[in-house]
Design a protein around this ligand. Structure first.
Ligand code: ES4
Ligand code: ZN
Length: 326
């Protein structure tokens, strides 16, 4: 069996995925048309040409612009359904996905419109494809604390649908400490907490995410390797890191996949997983992330199997549910 076949066949979970980052240009143009929205690019090809980024912020500017054409519950349903169909074809059996409510509520779309569309698609895919799921509401860290508090209030009626809260968007200059009080309230309300940390920001932000936001999983976390004591803590507590290799390459977090820190992290016994982050923008879904990483780093089938197993260990499935796969 080739590495490619092995990757495709092995059951996996996706733990770091922004649903707005799955918005393929073809669907974007289709939805823009039905909503009478103008896209600043003349065609799918022109838009795709704009997908070259030197850093996180250059990507975020285009990502938020793309999301502007999403208006109705059906739009959010179609976006999510298209992603889940892809997931099914890649033998991903469980997903824990982010949505960014503020990207939509800030432009006048109701919270309930967003969550209803996303949630109905997730329920339908569980029915039709057998894909299980958790939903994570992510706060935009470039916005202020008051906006995050307001978003948390809006989420409370949907507590049964939302398992956790996260923190994403422009990292440098927006440390986890900015959201300590919001996360304290989220924890009080029973949400699990995660945060993007150490993608472009320093190891210190990973410490803050652990100590102040009480996160039990770190999104990215690449920069932990700058701090030996931090690595020791992440290993001791087996705090999962949700790595996103193609994202790191496209956003110049690494200059070449061959330089990706994943092997060093595995060597140190960090609990690392492979994920796709914003696949419509970074040139690959889960299996492409596994394959490109495996090729660049010459990973063995045993190492690939470990990464897939880690994805279940790091998930929020119950021990009993995990047993089915590991
Ligand atoms: C993101 Cl790659 C990345 N980093 C931080 N925030 C994000 N939101 C969507 N993708
Ligand atoms: Zn992310």
């Amino acid at each position: 069996m080739t590495i490619e076949e092995f990757i495709k066949k092995i059951p996996k979970t996706e733990l770091h995925l922004h649903i707005e980052g799955t918005f393929e240009p073809e669907l974007m143009f289709e939805i823009a048309k039905r909503n009478n929205k103008i896209i600043n690019y003349s065609s799918v090809e022109e838009l795709k040409k704009a997908y070259h980024f030197n850093n996180l912020q250059e990507f975020l500017d285009i990502y938020y612009e793309g999301a502007n054409v999403l208006i109705t519950e059906q739009d959010f349903y179609d976006l999510t359904w298209a992603y889940l169909t892809k997931v099914y074809s890649q033998n991903i059996v469980h997903v824990e996905i982010f949505f960014d409510p503020q990207t939509h509520t800030d432009r006048g779309i109701a919270f309930e419109t967003v969550i209803n569309g996303i949630y109905k698609a997730l329920e339908d895919s569980q029915q039709e494809y057998g894909i299980t799921f958790k939903l994570i509401m992510s706060f935009l860290r470039h916005l202020d604390e008051a906006s995050a508090f307001k978003t948390l209030e809006e989420a409370l009626p949907y507590k049964d649908w939302i398992s956790g809260v996260g923190l994403d968007s422009s990292e440098v200059g927006n440390p986890p400490s900015k959201f300590e009080r919001v996360f304290a309230k989220a924890l009080e309300e029973g949400f699990i907490t995660v945060a993007h940390a150490g993608e472009e920001g320093p190891a210190e932000y990973i410490w803050e995410a652990l100590d102040l936001l009480k996160v039990t999983r770190i999104d990215h976390g690449n920069r932990c390797l700058d701090d030996e004591n931090l690595v020791q803590k992440l290993v001791d507590l087996q705090i999962p890191l949700t790595l996103c290799p193609l994202s790191n390459l496209e956003l110049k977090v690494v200059q070449d996949l061959k330089e990706h820190p994943l092997p060093k992290m595995m060597e140190k016994n960090l609990l690392v997983t492979i994920n796709s982050d914003d696949p419509a923008y970074f040139g690959g879904y889960m299996n492409e992330n596994y394959l490109e990483t495996a090729k660049a780093l010459q990973l063995s089938k045993a190492e690939i199997a470990t990464l897939a197993k880690n994805s279940f260990t790091a998930s929020w499935l119950t021990d009993q549910e995990k047993e089915e796969y590991i």
